[in-house]
Design a protein around this ligand. Structure first.
Ligand SMILES: Cc1cc2nc3c(=O)[nH]c(=O)nc-3n(C[C@H](O)[C@H](O)[C@H](O)COP(=O)(O)OP(=O)(O)OC[C@H]3O[C@@H](n4cnc5c(N)ncnc54)[C@H](O)[C@@H]3O)c2cc1C
Length: 404
């Protein structure tokens, strides 16, 4: 049996290695359009490759996979983060789990992951063909496939599409022409542009415990937030951009955001704490006592944003002043007016509709003997190693089913 894996990324290599190790008699080809395979793994995690996550504290996969969580739950029964961890260690890559649950190679160098995958593919006899861009696929009689490349055609019995994300939809046309439904691709994992001069003065400020949400929607996230010269970044913002990726695209990245700078989910706790501080420090100026371990620059900014003077005494604030301060601390509104870039990690929301694939094998329901793995599917995650884990899991699933 002759099998083509189209795309030499994480999902493609994992699919090729899996099928070749389970079915050594198959002829497995990786067709990669670029000069180099696994380029994205190389730049992943800032060149260190955050290849998976311990999933500690993840109680529902929806928290980390805004798209595809149900499918991931099903596929994790066969290959999950522990299997990835063990697989790489068994293949000679020592791994470390950071305090934030992200898993990296001990070498802190993504080249260890690339070398491991390439060496294993070579050892098993997978044929790796860089500079082989697949331009079209034609279904032949008897469920054979003819692939059109720049200067030739190649015939295969089975093919797997592992061509990765396509935020502008480019490269998915031929799959849609074959009858597949494409969930319209939009970017995910980005920072927010906020055109607010006063906020810009706080550039570089990190607030460790925030809750951010989009008023009028269910989209919210928590974590640390970084104020940048263009707006807001940091884990809480990236997570929100992922959960709300489609909503943001539909609104041309022009929506309001509400920030709770305290991280407290109960507003009356904030009110109680400020009331206590007002009693204890009645004669002190507002700026001298900083609640919630906020950076003092931010606290002064919040006092002024609430319409109070930083020199005002805690005891002179009055009920109205206290209420305004609480409101600004827990529900501070800004207008997002554009999408920034996030250079560390960036993925596509959308791709091949999951309703078009067999959920156990990832074979197309439209075209037999055609499989999908990796980011080309409508699966994507927040940052933290979850996207590469999706590539290993879906790659493994395809590798296991495509040779049968
Ligand atoms: C800068 C950056 C950093 C990241 N860091 C992390 C991280 O630390 N942890 C994490 O979990 N995720 C990270 N991600 C996301 C993660 O890298 C991807 O989700 C994952 O690599 C997707 O794997 P894939 O195999 O599906 O696609 P890709 O890795 O994109 O591979 C697809 C391959 O297919 C090839 N191809 C496309 N079209 C054709 C064609 N027609 N013919 C032949 N070949 C074709 C492409 O050239 C490419 O090599 C990062 C992403 C970016 C951009």
């Amino acid at each position: 049996m002759k099998i083509a894996i189209i795309g030499g990324g994480a999902a493609g290599f994992f699919a090729a290695i899996t099928v070749k190790s389970l079915h050594p008699e198959t002829d497995v080809y990786i067709l990669e359009k670029a000069n180099k395979v696994l380029a994205k793994v190389g730049v992943s995690g800032g060149g260190r490759c955050n290849l998976t996550n311990s999933f500690e504290g993840v109680t529902d996969l929806k928290q980390v996979y805004p798209r595809g969580h149900k499918l991931m739950k099903r596929l994790f029964k066969s290959f999950n983060e522990r299997n990835s961890y063990e697989w790489f260690e068994a293949h000679g890559v020592r791994l470390v789990i950071q305090d934030d649950h992200c898993v990296f190679p001990q070498s802190q160098d993504s080249q260890s992951i690339i070398d491991c995958l390439v060496n294993e593919a070579h050892r098993l006899g997978v044929r790796i063909l860089p500079r082989h861009e697949v331009k079209g696929i034609i279904q032949q009689p008897h469920d054979q496939w003819l692939l059109t490349l720049t200067d030739k055609q190649m015939a295969f019995d089975r093919i797997a599409i592992t061509t990765g994300g396509a935020p502008r939809g480019k490269g998915l046309e031929y799959l849609s022409a074959l009858g597949h439904q494409i969930e319209s691709p939009v970017p995910s994992l980005f920072t927010f542009n906020i055109n607010d001069k006063s906020l810009r003065q706080l550039m570089g400020t990190v607030v460790t415990n925030t809750i951010v949400q989009m008023p009028g929607t269910k989209f919210r996230s928590s974590g640390s937030l970084l104020i940048t010269h263009w707006g807001m970044s940091g884990p809480a913002i990236l997570k929100l951009s992922s959960h709300a990726a489609r909503h943001l695209a539909e609104h041309q990245y022009q929506v309001p955001i509400a920030v709770n700078w305290t991280g407290c989910t109960n507003n009356s706790d904030v009110q109680t704490l400020l009331t206590e501080l007002a009693c204890q420090h009645a004669q002190k100026q507002l700026s001298t006592i900083t609640p919630f371990q906020l950076p003092s620059r931010l606290w002064q900014f919040i006092i002024e944003r609430a319409g109070l003077s930083v020199e005002k005494k805690w005891g002179e604030m009055g009920k109205k002043g206290l209420n305004k301060l609480v409101e600004t601390l827990v529900n501070d509104h800004y207008d997002i007016n554009g999408k920034g870039a996030f250079k560390e990690e960036f993925v596509t929301c959308g791709g091949i509709a999951l309703s078009n694939v067999n959920l156990n094998t990832l074979e197309s329901k439209i075209c037999p003997h055609l499989f999908f793995a990796g980011e080309v599917l409508d699966i994507d995650a927040v940052t933290g190693g979850f996207n590469l884990q999706a590539a290993w899991t879906t790659g493994y699933t395809v590798g296991r089913s495509i040779g049968e």
